[in-house]
Design a protein around this ligand. Sequence first.
Ligand code: NDP
Length: 281
Amino acid sequence: MAPLIIDGTIVSAAVEVRTVERVAALAARGVTPGLAVVLVGDDPASRSYVNMKEKDCARIGIRSFDYRLGAQTGQDELDVLMRRLNADPDVHGILVQQPFPAHLDVEHVVAAVSPEKDVDGFHPENLGRLMRGLPGHRACTPWGVMRMLDHYGIDPRGKRAVVVGRSLLVGKPMGLMLLERDATVTWCHSRTADLAAVCREADILVAAIGRPRMIGPEHVKEGAVVIDVGINRTDEGMVGDVDFTAVAPKVCAITPVPGGVGPMTRAMLMSNTVDSAERTA
Ligand code: NDP
């Protein structure tokens, strides 16, 4: 039987409808959610992400504040901007687009955003809150994956979940969110022995690796749910970390690339920004 295609375009549209309703409710109280988008340097992929996020804001009714800074911008200058944005009551969310130029210290920049406005969910306090099971901004990509699973009625409770990737942006918070929902979670990474065997234990397999089509049918149990977070630009266009064509016949549900997790990340960013505005309103 053909697998269920977990369609991020449909789920992100559903999230957006709700976000627009919430923006309207805030407008009735005289509040317009605001998102400051900060880009340091001129990386073309980052520029395109930032442009898309600003378009999302315009469509949804979120005010965006655009800061495009030169690649040589120093830590001190960025700190000054962060302090200003943290104090600005019109700014409810701050996004500093990653990756940063090498001379900036990622840990410092991430910690300079106030946790309340950290709509990316990368601040140590928000990651700590996730670890402790407390409310707080959740990292948009894994949070979007959880929303997709919910939309399709895929309950992680009691399931074996394997997350390939342990980055702070995706893999680690992904596993913690699945654990929070009572999955039994295993993280894999570049040093994992016999990756395929570990992955084959998964009822829910999440690939967040950054290697084009690395996950093949030998990594997948019959009837598993496969979530492909990977975005890899190749000569053949954008592909995921999962070999979709080879894996799909074996599984019960799978996300495509593009059109899977990608649209969810942006939808959750908008939703987190509105969460922040609601908290302060
Ligand atoms: P990172 O490079 O930070 O992390 C990659 C992870 O994959 C690391 O933990 C690494 O292990 C692991 N890994 C690398 N090679 C192997 C291997 N051969 N076997 C097993 N594990 C391996 O990437 P990100 O987490 O930031 O992103 C992952 C992917 O998701 C990328 O393609 C990225 O473009 C995409 N992405 C997509 C988003 C979306 O909106 N859909 C948003 C964010 C990212 P180790 O720790 O040992 O090095």
